[in-house]
Design a protein around this ligand. Structure first.
Ligand code: 2U9
Length: 332
């Protein structure tokens, strides 16, 4: 081999390596090129091995050319590595770009049913007045629904026409007063409780009646409670509920479990509305619960949640509250 032949070989290696490096499309491929052209078993040491037959004076020329080729290949490798790394970062930036202007995934928002929000509103006010919330079973005995509440055995509310009886002789509670009786049996006075719940009556459904509806009832028993305490409590409650100073009117009425009893009306938006019933707990009811009516007196009141919701939101038909029509429900 002559010097120029060896130099030509080195130039050819340089050209081939530069082309291969330029074509590498990944850092892995580039590393393979480095091993292939710059490694100990690469083509350059092989060419240098052929120098043995050259004159001593010619060897440095070939060695110098080999070093030039190595430097050129190394420069090419370094430049390509920088370019590939920059491209990788750029690709990652593009892939991970977050477009904050893109519209979000729409999820329909749920909300409280107006019967639940009305119940909560009522309970919140009484809790603020120091009452605790109590609940009880919807299937009841004649004792808790009628007898303990001073209904005489032939009271018309006990009729098959008015009450839904179960085959075993139990019944679906017609009011939540059953819960107050159960609570009194287990608790000594003073008590202040508020009882929400579903109640059942054998009623023909129309715009203002439903066989299943919701009540909130309250009961306070203590020494020295009077009708004045009842009136003050209900006035505060009604003004909180309607959110303004209101005229409140009490009309004499009758319930088996209260004596005296009254209907409560409020003047709202220029009209008198019948809104709840109330009274002083009948001494017979206190006696059934094991309280001494000579020591304790109590007051109680009840309201229909549907009626309160209908008045508050000016709803024209009770059945809208049960139909699950989103066009109606989404208004609240
Ligand atoms: C006990 C003693 C007395 C609860 C009362 C009313 C008057 C009343 C109606 C309002 C509309 C029922 O939902 S409605 O149809 N309720 O008028 N409720 S006093 O009296 C009680 C409760 C428990 C132990």
């Amino acid at each position: 081999m002559t010097v120029s032949e060896l130099e030509a070989q080195l130039d050819a290696i340089c050209q081939e390596a530069q082309q291969a490096i330029a074509a590498a499309d990944s850092l892995d491929a580039l590393e393979q090129m480095r091993v292939k052209y710059m490694g100990k078993k690469g083509p350059i040491p092989k060419v240098l091995g052929g120098m043995g037959k050259l004159d001593h004076a010619d060897r440095p020329r070939v060695g110098a050319r080999a070093n030039e080729v190595k430097t050129a290949i190394q420069t090419e490798l370094d430049d390509k590595k920088t370019a590939l790394q920059a491209a990788a970062i750029q690709a990652r930036l593009e892939a991970e770009t977050l477009d904050v202007t893109m519209p979000g995934n729409y999820r329909p928002q749920g909300r409280k049913h107006p019967l639940n929000s009305t119940t909560d509103r009522i309970l919140d006010i009484f809790v603020g007045l120091g009452y605790t919330v109590e609940e009880g079973p919807e299937m009841e005995t004649d004792y808790y629904n009628f007898e303990a509440l001073n209904f005489l055995p032939d009271h018309p509310a006990r009729d098959m026409q008015d009450t839904l009886y179960l085959p075993d002789g139990n019944l679906l509670r017609t009011h939540t007063s059953t819960v107050q009786v159960r609570y009194m049996e287990n608790t000594d006075p003073p008590i202040r409780i508020v009882v929400p719940g579903r109640v059942y009556r054998r009623d023909t459904v129309d715009a203002t009646h439903s066989a299943v509806f919701h009540q909130v009832e309250l009961l306070a028993v203590d020494e020295g409670l009077t009708f004045t305490d009842l009136k003050g409590t209900l006035k505060v409650f009604l003004q909180e509920f309607f959110g303004e100073e209101l005229e409140v009117r009490f009309r004499a009425s009758y319930f088996p479990f209260t004596e005296p009893s009254a209907e409560v009306d409020v003047k709202w938006k220029g009209r008198w509305l019948e809104i709840m019933g109330c009274g002083m707990v009948d001494p017979n009811v206190l006696k059934s619960a094991g309280y001494d009516p000579e020591v304790y007196t109590g007051f109680a009141a009840g309201l229909g949640v549907e009626r309160m919701a209908m008045v508050l939101h000016q709803i024209d038909d009770i059945r809208r509250l049960y139909n699950s029509d989103l066009r109606f429900l989404q208004q609240f």
